[in-house]
Design a protein around this ligand. Structure first.
Ligand code: NDP
Length: 490
């Protein structure tokens, strides 16, 4: 109780005073400008335009990146279509060799990729180093293993690749989302045109360099950088047979409308507003770590983030006391510091969106809690935040904030927990914390969510399918399901 009255900060700072431990950046060479990666070469954009990509922790421009227009996109799709003829006929074993090579090179260049990801996107180095890059390499490794076993993956069926895959990815896990998209596509014999997000293009361009290093046949992977209009040109190109998109529900709907009736195969991985449900018999300290990981991991820029905490009423007080105390120990700041837990918000626009939604929560009557922490003077930052007294109707309980902001709601019975958890237009993920295995199974059956984590949260594995219900999209990525999204079966 003493902790609940004097939450966190003082105690946290006394216990957790760390010296700075910055990751070195001198091994990384970021070019002043980048071209498009088309047909195996870096080519100047037809548009002649470039845009700046900024380090969100310092607001410094890292590089100027080419902006692809429709002509550039057409060149990329043509290169991918040309490459498809030979790539799709290559034996599975030979395709596997290239994909294994990509995985190995990513591992060899892991440090460079992690630092680049952190500088361009703002995420803590410990996350890009220990999660993003190893998982991205693991996806290539996993799908390389399927390339020569497609007949076993789809027994008694004849799998055929779909052609050129148009892939548009967001800024929250740039390299990992690239891996989720490119690895299964190549394993199944497709070629790709990928557009990374405007604010985080650099790791995709480093991957283009890795494709050259791996001697990947020209045109199998093409990377076109640009903004939303470039993405629209990629998914709208008539030469594309498959569209895979990860991003906001709003843009996902636009893409579904744009591709309707075109015959293009489509998978959409969209937003979420996941419930993380804690029952009174849950191991509380473990649950606290799961809640923190669920919402503050990657600054909450996570589509499956546990942004709605549902707590059984009988334990809400001790749980909140422990959670607030734990928040005081989170280190917010320089993403390149190996001790940092919460890095920079990805962009000014995203910071403004978070601030707007947080203000709406205060105006609607929720109670806000933020630990005291010193934030750097430059860059985009937001303190880890908890809202209590939240009604289900509040915007902070309904809309995807995509920031380090947790809304706490309560329930009394398991039925009420399920009802509240499913009371959302989304259905991407959920979490449950309880000592009872039978309750986990009971709850999982009733949750309308693509992934339900039990006594853990935000765990990913290349072998495990991931995707949503309702407005969180359709189709699955990862595992055999992810491979199935890139083949036609006859
Ligand atoms: P978007 O959905 O706009 O961006 C995702 C990707 O789609 C980016 O590469 C983007 O390019 C591209 N894009 C934008 N418009 C189009 C279009 N009309 N056709 C094809 N591609 C397009 O997300 P934002 O970055 O704008 O973020 C807005 C909100 O979306 C966030 O605040 C968050 O709530 C949510 N979001 C959810 C994600 C998720 O995984 N669930 C991921 C990212 C965002 P560009 O980067 O240049 O805009």
């Amino acid at each position: 109780m003493a902790i609940a009255k004097r939450p966190s900060t003082e105690m946290g700072q006394r216990l957790f005073e760390y010296a700075a431990a910055p990751e070195a950046t001198d091994h990384l060479k970021i070019a002043d400008s980048y071209a498009l990666f088309v047909g195996g070469r870096f080519v100047e954009p037809h548009s002649r335009r470039r845009f700046a990509t900024v380090n969100p922790a310092t607001e410094e421009t890292l590089s100027e990146v080419a902006e692809a227009d429709e002509t550039d996109v057409d060149r990329a799709v043509t290169a991918a279509a040309d490459a498809f003829r030979s790539w799709s006929r290559l034996s599975g074993a030979k395709r596997a060799r290239y994909i294994f090579r990509l995985s190995r090179l990513m591992q060899e260049r892991a440090r460079e990729l992690a630092v680049l990801e952190t500088m361009d996107g703002g995420k803590p180095i410990k996350e890009s180093r220990d999660v993003d890059v190893p998982l991205a390499a693991a996806h290539f490794f996993y799908y390389a293993g399927w390339a020569d076993k497609l007949e076993w993956a789809f027994p008694n069926r004849r799998p055929r690749p779909l052609g050129v895959a148009a892939q548009v990815i967001p800024w929250n896990f740039p390299l990992l989302m690239l891996a989720w998209k490119i690895a299964p596509a190549l394993a199944a014999g497709n070629t790709v045109v990928l557009k990374p997000a405007e604010t985080t293009p650099l790791s995709a361009l480093a991957f283009a360099d890795i494709c050259q290093q791996a001697d990947l046949p020209p045109g199998v992977v093409n990377i076109v950088t640009g903004a939303g209009s470039t993405g629209a040109a990629v998914v709208g190109h008539p030469g594309v047979g498959k569209v895979a998109f990860t991003g906001s529900t709003e843009v996902g709907k636009q893409i579904q409308r744009a591709t309707a009736g075109s015959g293009k195969h489509l998978t959409l991985e969209l937003g979420g507003k996941a419930a993380n449900i804690v029952f009174e018999d849950a191991p509380l300290d473990q649950a606290i770590e799961g809640i923190v990981n669920g919402i503050y991991f990657n600054q909450g820029h996570v589509c499956c983030a546990g942004s709605r905490l549902l707590v059984q009423e009988s334990i809400v007080e001790p749980l909140l006391a422990k959670l607030k105390s734990r928040l005081g120990t989170l280190r917010v700041g320089d993403p390149l510091d190996k001790n940092t837990d919460v890095g920079a918000i990805n962009s000014r626009a995203q910071l403004e969106k978070i601030e707007g939604l947080v203000n709406s929560g205060i105006e609607e009557g929720a109670e806000i809690y933020q630990p005291e922490c010193r934030l750097p003077e430059r860059g985009y930052w937001f303190r880890p935040t908890i809202f209590t007294n939240v009604a289900q109707s509040y915007r902070i309980a309904r809309e995807e904030i995509f920031g380090p902001v947790l809304s706490v709601l309560t329930f009394r019975t398991p039925d009420e927990a399920v009802e509240k958890a499913n009371n959302t237009p989304y259905g991407l993920s959920a979490g449950v914390w309880t000592d009872k295995g039978s309750r986990i199974l009971w709850l999982v059956e009733r949750m309308r969510a693509g992934v339900v984590w039990a006594n853990t949260f935000n765990r990913f594995d290349p072998t495990s399918p991931f995707g949503g219900y309702k407005e969180s999209g359709f189709g699955r990525e990862g595992g055999l399901h992810g491979l199935a999204a890139y083949v036609e079966l006859s």
